[in-house]
Design a protein around this ligand. Structure first.
Ligand code: RP5
Length: 173
């Protein structure tokens, strides 16, 4: 018998963790996109620098509960996704957030330059990256979830139709 994901697990499929409450507004697009796919998620504020023990405990609990993908979002010296990847063998997606003096380049480099064998899938800086973290998580989960795969396909079709040329080129100067 094939049980649905929610029947087998206590934790949501996706855990979104950010380093500070100040990061939450940048993640709205991520939360909205996860909702649009019907993916169960939860968000937590746990700093890798300020609360490493709490982070380790959270990851242990989430893994035991069945969480499949971790999204880590942080700004400045953004070590959170890398530390997550050190604590779990499940996929980690890193979202570099802007806001510091370096406009997010600091966070991007911190996240993307992981040493071999400890992978983090980095997305773009800021809210665009936050949205893509959700879309990437959906694509990963869809590999083993045919109903979600259909929703991913539907989203892509909708996006393609939205990209059609809607202006009259004769009026363009
Ligand atoms: C990072 O430092 C956080 O992810 C946040 O982006 C940044 C600033 O944190 P706060 O000083 O607002 O807590 O760790």
């Amino acid at each position: 018998m094939r049980l649905s994901y929610s029947a087998m697990t206590r934790s949501p499929a996706v855990a979104v963790i950010c380093g500070s409450r100040s990061d939450l507004p940048s993640l709205k697009g991520c939360f909205d996109a996860l909702d649009s796919y019907g993916i169960a998620w939860e968000a937590s504020v746990i700093s890798a620098h300020r609360q490493p023990a709490e982070l380790a405990s959270y990851v242990r609990g989430a893994e035991a509960g069945g969480t499949l993908i971790f999204i880590g979002a942080a700004g400045l010296a953004a070590h959170l996704p890398g530390v997550l990847a050190s604590m779990t063998a499940r996929p980690v997606i890193g979202v570099p957030l802007d806001g510091g003096a370096l406009g997010g380049a600091d966070a991007l480099y911190s996240i993307v330059q992981m040493p071999p064998g400890v992978p983090v899938a980095s997305v773009a800086i800021g809210s665009a990256g936050a949205k893509n973290a959700a879309h990437l998580a959906a694509r990963i989960l869809a590999l083993a979830d045919p109903a979600l795969a259909e929703r991913v396909t539907a989203f892509r079709a909708e996006q393609a139709s939205g990209a059609e040329l809607r202006v009259d080129p004769r009026s363009a100067s």
